[in-house]
Design a protein around this ligand. Structure first.
Ligand code: ADP
Ligand code: MG
Length: 339
């Protein structure tokens, strides 16, 4: 649908705001044509700033460059970059109906009326909004408003689609449904898309690749599987999922409690077994039922409480004596995965 999508290159893009505060350290990044790239990180880490540099709503500090394919767009304002944007708060025009909102970008580009009509109809069909075409946007649900915002961004056939926490204002259940829809939609469109979120589940579901950010820096760029199973450092490992950290030793391909090596692993990679069958012995301190699984906290030999996931149907009693068994292959430390 969108053969015009571009590759984007950021070269040494740093950003200070007025009062000298550094929002972004120099960033180098390549976005491939047609891919969906997710910026993931805690609030304040520089995701929106990076997105606004790509949009043309901010300029990088001197020396930074933004390229769309081979074209240097660093000095171009947003109107000249052909980007579509979707925001968390939708930013719809409250005085216009659905059709008016979706066609807005086409009218300011002075497209002839009949062509606008056709293009808006295409988008309304794509977003399953046809029956709401004449409705004021105030009378739409949150999910419908989000679809209008997306349709409006897509109508002028942008070369790049930029989405800043577009689902953050919605309730958890709707967010999960729309995440699946959004993923299918972005793949189907084939337009280069950059999607900002602080939600790791959303990032993993949507991203062809994820850029993990922290304090104005890129910590790691990789596919969701790479980020989850081979985190570059502790920041990434802890942000992208639940992490167990302990001091211990590796022997016979298993983790033991005696030793001084720092070891990281995820709860789903720790097997909860009978006390005499595992290496990391202790007592069940906490049991958290999550429906599809139960997360069990075990305090004991390895010092800190360690978490293990068991299937949701398994019942585990607080205070019972148990052990965890962790295979060497489950370790996430960059050093141990290199071994
Ligand atoms: P995120 O989107 O990851 O939450 P932002 O890119 O919005 O982070 O912000 C990064 C840092 O830059 C934060 O410390 C924020 O307070 C600061 N910042 C963002 N916008 C401005 C601005 N217009 N003026 C001054 N500081 C800003
Ligand atoms: Mg932000």
């Amino acid at each position: 649908m969108n053969p015009a999508s571009v590759g984007i290159t950021l070269q040494a893009c740093a950003k200070h705001y007025e009062r000298g505060q550094r929002a972004l350290h120099p960033v180098d990044l390549r976005v491939e044509p047609g891919e969906t790239l997710v910026f993931l990180g805690p609030s304040g880490c520089g995701k929106t700033t990076t997105l606004r540099l790509i949009a043309g709503l901010e300029r990088p500090d001197p020396g930074g460059r933004v390229l769309f394919d081979d074209e240097d767009v660093t000095a171009l304002p947003i109107e000249s970059r052909r980007v579509g944007m979707v925001f968390q708060n939708y930013a719809l025009f409250p005085n216009l109906d659905v059709r008016g909102n979706v066609g807005y970008g086409l009218r300011i580009r002075r497209m002839p009326g009949e062509q606008i009509r056709q293009r808006v109809d295409e988008l309304l069909d794509l977003m399953r909004l046809r029956e709401y075409a004449d409705r004021p946007v105030q009378r739409l649900s949150g999910g419908q408003r989000q679809r209008v915002a997306l349709a409006r961004a897509l109508a002028p056939r942008p070369r790049v689609l930029l989405l800043d926490e577009p689902l953050a204002a919605l309730d958890a259940q709707l967010r999960e449904t729309l995440r699946v829809e959004m993923s299918a939609l972005l793949r189907g469109l084939g337009v280069t898309s950059i999607y900002v979120t602080h939600d790791q589940a959303e990032a993993m579901a949507l991203g062809d690749r994820i850029v993990v950010m922290s304090q104005g820096r890129i910590e790691q760029v990789g596919t969701p599987r790479e980020i989850y199973h081979r985190p570059a450092n502790l920041e990434v490992a802890g942000f992208i999922g639940m992490l167990n950290r302990m001091r211990g030793a590796l022997r016979d391909g298993r983790v033991h409690a005696d030793g001084d090596e720092e070891l990281w692993f995820r709860p789903e990679d720790a097997r909860l077994v009978a006390e005499h069958e595992g290496e990391l012995r202790g007592s069940v301190r906490q049991v958290i039922f999550l429906g599809d699984r139960t997360r069990v906290g075990v305090a004991g030999a390895a010092g800190a409480t360690l978490w293990a996931d068991v299937p949701g149907r398994v019942d585990v009693a607080v205070d019972s004596r148990v052990a965890l068994r962790v295979a060497a292959e489950a370790l996430l430390n960059p050093a141990s995965t290199a071994r």
